[in-house]
Design a protein around this ligand. Structure first.
Ligand code: XUL
Ligand code: CO
Length: 440
């Protein structure tokens, strides 16, 4: 196997005093936090598309990334080289999982049959490398957005032939994901949404999307794929209005069509912020509803209104994210997938490592801080105390379903001198800063 990152060493943990760019300062894979190692808590995952397939192009300019595995004329040779580079990359960073779209790992052929045959060939090679390098698939998915045939969408297209093609593609992607032992399968509605209601049958498109999901569930059962199905919400981009807007919208959709027991959520930070939410909000909504499946970790730029997919370096957000993950009892069988890319000007192959190191260190430190916050229980105590009126008297009757409007009115007439307490937000935010800044 060729080496594509020969000037990058295996990345080791050197601790927070280290000034070595190619070392972890905070991510110590085997360090035990609570009952799990950092590696088990974080389940870091390499995204195949941003790491190996992307080239740094933007709407104004061509690709800039140096990609030493992309120098062959034959697309099959490139696919294999790319895969070898992927395993070298994961090995050097100590990442055990990867996630992929069908089209990230294998090129398209002249028609669907040839495309499927190519995918099988590459997937066989992938299986070999996974075994030799001890790697696992967090999730697979189908790319139903890049090819121009998906111009009007895939499962929500106006063209039934395209719908059938998309179904065939998902069928194959499910088979490949199963073959590679994928622990989850993701649906991100690439172009499932609309631009204008002047040409859109909203009801038919959503009904068709539900039919598509149902057929995917049925097919997974038929072939014995037992991985978790995930839907990844996103409010906009590429379409003006994506159907899977946010966690709450997806939950309502699934419940509307009786699909809720089959799906959990793959929540992405930058998608949350595009929806006007914090990442913590989306993760918390999923957690309290039992649908927190997996996480696409990245961050957006608050000054830009698009999905910039930057590496997560904000320790404040990372801490609050890990706070939710710990409260969820962990993220498995999901993981923390780096749906993140280096900036166009960070074009050297080494920059990919620096991006991952930055992200892994940030999440690792967020985990340490969040663990301590939960262990000390200060914030949880504040919340409990804030709602203590619901653990006794009339509040308990409300929670136990023992009241009605007549009873509440009677109570209110006798208790109209209401006393409220401060929410102490500023104090709590300052305490959070203390946890972040004083962490060893
Ligand atoms: C796009 C996005 C995708 C999905 C997988 O915004 O997040 O990369 O994660 O299709
Ligand atoms: Co994503």
């Amino acid at each position: 196997m060729s080496q594509y990152f020969s000037n990058v060493p295996v990345i080791k943990y050197e601790g927070k005093e280290s000034r070595n760019a190619f070392a972890f300062k905070y991510y110590n894979a085997d360090e035990v936090i609570g009952r799990k190692t950092m590696k088990e808590h974080l389940r870091f995952t390499m995204s195949y598309w941003h790491t190996l397939a992307a080239n740094g192009s933007d709407p104004f300019g061509a690709g800039t990334y140096q990609k030493p595995w992309d120098n062959e004329a034959d697309p099959m040779k490139i696919a294999k080289a790319k895969m070898e580079a992927a395993f070298e990359f994961m090995n050097k960073l100590g990442i055990e999982y990867f996630a992929f779209h069908d089209r990230d790992i294998a090129p398209e052929g002249k028609d669907l049959a040839e495309t499927n045959a190519i995918l099988d060939q590459i997937s066989d090679y992938c299986k070999e490398l996974m075994k030799a390098n001890n790697k696992k698939v967090l999730w697979g998915t189908a790319n139903l957005f890049t090819n121009p045939r998906f111009v009007h969408g895939a499962a929500t297209t106006c063209n039934a032939d395209v719908y059938a093609f998309a179904a065939a593609q998902v069928k194959k992607a499910l088979e490949v994901t199963k073959e590679l032992g994928g622990e989850n399968y993701v649906f991100w509605g690439g172009r499932e949404g609309y631009e204008t209601l002047m040409n859109t049958d909203l009801k038919l498109e959503q009904d068709n999307l539900a039919r598509f999901f149902q057929m995917a569930v049925d097919y997974a059962q038929k072939i014995g794929f037992t991985g978790q199905f995930l839907i990844e919400p996103k409010p906009k981009e590429p379409t003006k209005h994506q159907y899977d807007f946010d966690v709450a919208t997806v939950m309502a959709f699934l419940r509307n069509y009786g699909l809720e027991r089959y799906f959990k959520m793959n929540i992405e930070a930058n998608h949350a912020t595009l929806a006007g939410h914090t990442f913590q909000h989306e993760v918390a909504v999923a957690r309290i509803n039992g649908v927190l499946g997996s996480l696409d970790i990245n961050q957006g730029d608050p000054n830009l209104g698009w999905d910039t997919d930057q590496f997560p370096t904000n320790i404040y957000d990372a801490t609050l994210l890990m706070y939710e993950v710990l409260k969820n009892g962990g993220i498995a069988p999901g993981g923390l997938n780096f749906d993140a890319k280096v900036r166009r000007a960070s074009f050297e192959a080494e920059d990919l490592f620096l991006g991952y190191i930055a992200g892994m260190d940030t999440l690792a430190q967020g985990l340490r801080i969040a663990y301590r916050m939960l262990e000390e229980g200060e914030f949880e105590k504040v919340v409990k105390e804030r709602y203590s009126s619901f653990s006794e008297g009339i509040g308990k009757d409300i929670v136990d379903g023992k009241t009605d409007f007549d009873a509440l009115e009677k109570y209110a007439l006798n208790h109209s001198a209401i006393k409220n307490k401060s929410g102490r937000q500023e104090f709590l935010e300052a305490r959070l800063n203390q946890y972040i800044l004083n962490e060893q």
